[in-house]
Design a protein around this ligand. Structure first.
Ligand SMILES: [Zn+2]
Length: 296
């Protein structure tokens, strides 16, 4: 009985396998006959769907317009009041009005820094950090000076006309801002008188005191619209300067993202790009040690 029982169990199991195989085979047969036909109909409809969905996912520029290319134009800066000094974006397109003139200008020498222009002025709130920057540099054996600071709209017009006469329109466009387009009109920009040591010190430390170089070597003029200028710095205050420094972006890029124009604001006045110079812009280390007054 025990033997039969064992046989019965074994036979029973042997019968299950062919049955399962038969059911499986019928299923495969149905799939082969019907399945491919239905797949052939559905495939073109279904296949592109996940691809299209995936390609639409990484689009950060949907909410953030791309940084506009540098173009020649005269569009009012969207943060164009003297109270907006931290967020005003100026380049070869965006400008200040001819009447923009800070009323709190004071001589830079109040910060204890020497100046080659006895009339050089900045807005009063810049003085404290300029003094601490000057003292910190001196503590490291670096003597800083000022070549140029605030320039009115009219003064910038003279500067630009002079550059136009000596350099021609191509180089002038890269080297000198048109009136209204200069950060010097903000009253927060300074052209420092620097040698190589001063240049290196400012690059490493200026942001700690609220100053950021507007035209860095690696990103000018592509991102800044002007050629590299190691002497030109703009004051943003320490917190904003630290944020810009940490971002690794130029001031123009950072302002575009963090203080963007309102929706619908005109940002591209003309398709004409800034002309490419036939002569390479001044290379790092070959710029005039004392800087120049002909500066954006
Ligand atoms: Zn300058």
């Amino acid at each position: 009985m025990a033997w039969q029982g064992h046989r019965g169990y074994t036979r029973q199991r042997d019968m299950r396998l062919p049955t399962a195989f038969l059911v499986f085979s019928i299923g495969v047969l149905i799939w082969v006959l019907v399945g491919p036909r239905s797949l052939a109909v559905q495939a073109p409809v279904n296949t592109p769907t996940p691809i299209a969905a995936a390609s639409m996912t990484p689009q950060p520029s949907v909410t953030e317009p791309p940084l506009p290319a540098c173009g020649i134009g005269d569009i009012a800066a969207w943060h164009g009041k003297t109270a907006d000094w931290q967020t005003t974006l100026l380049d070869t397109t965006f400008e200040l009005s001819s009447s923009y003139a800070p009323t709190d200008l004071v001589p830079v020498t109040q910060a204890g820094i020497r100046s080659n222009d006895e009339k050089a002025e900045v807005r009063a709130f810049v003085i404290d950090d300029l003094r601490q920057l000057t003292q910190a540099a001196a503590g490291d054996g670096v003597t800083l000076g000022v070549n140029s600071a605030y320039r009115s709209y009219a003064e910038q017009a003279v500067t630009y006309d002079q550059a136009l006469g000596t350099s021609g329109p191509v180089m002038a466009a890269l080297a000198v801002a048109k009136p209204g387009h200069s950060e010097h009109q903000l009253g927060t920009a300074i052209d420092f008188a620097v040698n190589d040591a001063g240049d290196a010190w400012l690059q490493a430390n200026s942001w700690k005191y609220g100053f950021i170089g507007s035209f860095p070597p690696d990103t000018s003029p592509a991102f800044t619209c002007y050629k590299y200028e190691r002497w030109h710095y703009r004051y943003f205050g320490r917190d904003t300067a630290a944020a810009i420094h940490d971002s690794g972006e130029t001031t123009r890029e950072w302002l575009w993202v963090n203080a963007p124009p309102p929706p619908g604001y005109p940002i591209a006045p003309t398709p004409a790009p800034v002309p490419t110079p036939s002569v390479a812009p001044t290379a790092p280390g070959t710029a005039a040690p004392g800087g120049t007054a002909a500066s954006p």
